[in-house]
Design a protein around this ligand. Sequence first.
Ligand SMILES: *[C@@H]1O[C@H](CO)[C@@H](O)[C@H](O)[C@H]1NC(C)=O
Ligand SMILES: *[C@@H]1O[C@H](CO)[C@@H](O)[C@H](O)[C@H]1NC(C)=O
Ligand SMILES: *[C@@H]1O[C@H](CO)[C@@H](O)[C@H](O)[C@H]1NC(C)=O
Ligand SMILES: *[C@@H]1O[C@H](CO)[C@@H](O)[C@H](O)[C@H]1NC(C)=O
Ligand SMILES: *[C@@H]1O[C@H](CO)[C@@H](O)[C@H](O)[C@H]1NC(C)=O
Length: 313
Amino acid sequence: MAAVIGVLASVAFAVQAKAFDWNLVVPHTYPNISACASQPLSYSCENTTVIADTCCSPTPGGLVLQTQFWDTYTGLESEGQLLPQDSWTIHGLWPDNCDGSYEQYCDFSRQYDPDPSPSVLPDGTPVPAYRGVSVQSFIVEFARFDLLDYMNKYWINQGAPNRDFWAHEFSKHATCTSTFDVACYGPDYQEHQDVVDFYLAVVRAFQKFPTYQMLAASGIVPSNTTTYSLAQLQAVLKAQTGAVPYLGCGGINGTILEEVWYFNHVLGVEQFGQFKSVDSTTTSTCNTTQGIWYYERTSTSERDVRTIPEGFY
Ligand SMILES: *[C@@H]1O[C@H](CO)[C@@H](O)[C@H](O)[C@H]1NC(C)=O
Ligand SMILES: *[C@@H]1O[C@H](CO)[C@@H](O)[C@H](O)[C@H]1NC(C)=O
Ligand SMILES: *[C@@H]1O[C@H](CO)[C@@H](O)[C@H](O)[C@H]1NC(C)=O
Ligand SMILES: *[C@@H]1O[C@H](CO)[C@@H](O)[C@H](O)[C@H]1NC(C)=O
Ligand SMILES: *[C@@H]1O[C@H](CO)[C@@H](O)[C@H](O)[C@H]1NC(C)=O
């Protein structure tokens, strides 16, 4: 892959301003699931027969959670790591088992997390810390600068660089999601193809659940003077997505809104399939009797991530 980057650099230099065909030098990132066309189709966790080809439907992790954070700071503001204005941020895309239990760090040959959490699995197996090049460079290998730009706007870490968080999410969760198994990419698998494919799938899933806009559409906006009730937050999100998501709160009495997890069954593959909202299997940690704070962010922790296309004016 280093050779490919070298070629890219020289091609870019040679053609200078002229557009060139990335496809000539950069491999694609999608799996080879041509065999799925002949498989029975059902929503994950709703199959009535055995799923024979696990590249075609996420299993056993068929309860798919798209998770998000509402943070008010990143801790790395001085380095330009800021939160996107008018948006929650991506946490990940998790493969829970149909009963709500889950697996983690399922393939140590794809362990890219520099700071594994947990560092020891429930069965006592230690998770080795990764010391190689960052997953950010995997995205560059496939020339997905558009993806990298989006991730740096919406997939924000707290207290450590974004790339560490992205690595953690892939190695802890995607390695346990069957549709991202290396075998699903076929004989022409290119190393790290699965990583980029997963990040693209996470972004697509995140875009299905614009939490900030869904709450704002019901008059629920961040405020340091008004609180909202848990029931009110759940009701508006249910009205819009069709199911009750998990809402996570912090603070002594569970009164500070911090996260949301949207639960889904998926028809088809996790990369491209249809998501169906289902109710959370986890009880909210938010206080049911006290008001919930949905805090405004410190203005210096945010930035406007909208961009004006070139030549717009
Ligand atoms: C995908 O895999 C099948 C075998 O399952 C193979 O016949 C086909 O050529 C592969 N397609 C591509 C585009 O690699
Ligand atoms: C659904 O598929 C999984 C994976 O093959 C299998 O373990 C499970 O038994 C299937 N469910 C039913 C009801 O057949
Ligand atoms: C927790 O709730 C109790 C009872 O309403 C209240 O006295 C206390 O101040 C609250 N603590 C915080 C940190 O909000
Ligand atoms: C909710 O707040 C009450 C105080 O009003 C406190 O006693 C209770 O423990 C809190 N519940 C949670 C889940 O923190
Ligand atoms: C709102 O309150 C939170 C929590 O105390 C604080 O971090 C934030 O800076 C406040 N935002 C504004 C705009 O005052």
